[in-house]
Write a protein that binds this ligand. Sequence first.
Ligand SMILES: Cc1cc2nc3c(=O)[nH]c(=O)nc-3n(C[C@H](O)[C@H](O)[C@H](O)COP(=O)(O)OP(=O)(O)OC[C@H]3O[C@@H](n4cnc5c(N)ncnc54)[C@H](O)[C@@H]3O)c2cc1C
Length: 263
Amino acid sequence: MTETSTSQTAFAPPTAFTPPTRFAVPGRIAVSSGTATVWQTATLTEIRRETPHAATFRLAVPAWAGHLPGQHLMLRLTAQDGYTAQRHYSIASAPDDSGHIELTLDHVAGGEVSGWFHTVAEPGDEVEVRGPLSGFFAWPGDRPALLIGAGSGVVPLMSMVRHHRARGLAVPLRLLVSARGPEELIYAREYGTETTPVFTRSAPAGVPVGRLTAAHLAPLLAERPTGGWEAYVCGSNGFAEHASRLLVEAGQPVDRIRIERFG
Ligand SMILES: Cc1cc2nc3c(=O)[nH]c(=O)nc-3n(C[C@H](O)[C@H](O)[C@H](O)COP(=O)(O)OP(=O)(O)OC[C@H]3O[C@@H](n4cnc5c(N)ncnc54)[C@H](O)[C@@H]3O)c2cc1C
């Protein structure tokens, strides 16, 4: 994790940051949109391995104004020569008052930013973040949520699952999560009865191997919760297309399918 890749750009700590004067009231999940325009220094405090290719990075962001489950942020790395790299990352943690947020990054082969996080970053390092961004994929916890993700596409959905648990919400929430195999299943230890994993290449004994199908969706859609499901789909372009087509074919209204693409 702390080993330095020879081809990795040397990103320097950000310059000093003056926090905005308006903060969200502690405990609230609604945020002022003004905070999304301001870059804030985030200090890496912990790295947790999730799978051989994915790890969670916990960041202290003292002036973080809060977020809604499902939102993402913009992250910026700056090299000594002033070169910057910016990428979007979903927020994995539930909204809370800890002054910390968590991101989970896949290590993309040859990836500039994910490569730095996975091979160079260590606790104490500073990066910059700006957010939260995009209300479209947010779930405030007010309606039944049918979550469908693949690979690191489960990250914003996990924020929703964690929020559902942390607040003890009674509104129905289900998660279908697709991974190549059990060892690639991000957050495997955290799933409960709300989650159905789908394994595409290898699976534990007795569990079928194959991609997401209508048969996975049918029992969940048949639950027909009061008010109907709001579906949240997140993953690569290909997965998002596939999952949303299955949903529409199964009768889920198009205007109640929200899609976030990482591709
Ligand atoms: C709204 C949003 C939220 C996102 N949230 C997350 C998240 O929670 N966790 C996460 O790991 N990623 C997430 N991503 C993807 C992330 O923004 C980066 O694209 C990813 O980390 C790769 O950046 P990089 O600098 O490491 O790779 P780059 O240097 O940009 O790319 C290196 C090579 O990898 C290819 N590549 C780039 N991105 C991907 C990818 N996602 N999968 C496969 N190949 C790729 C490129 O085409 C290029 O060939 C999100 C993207 C969006 C738009």
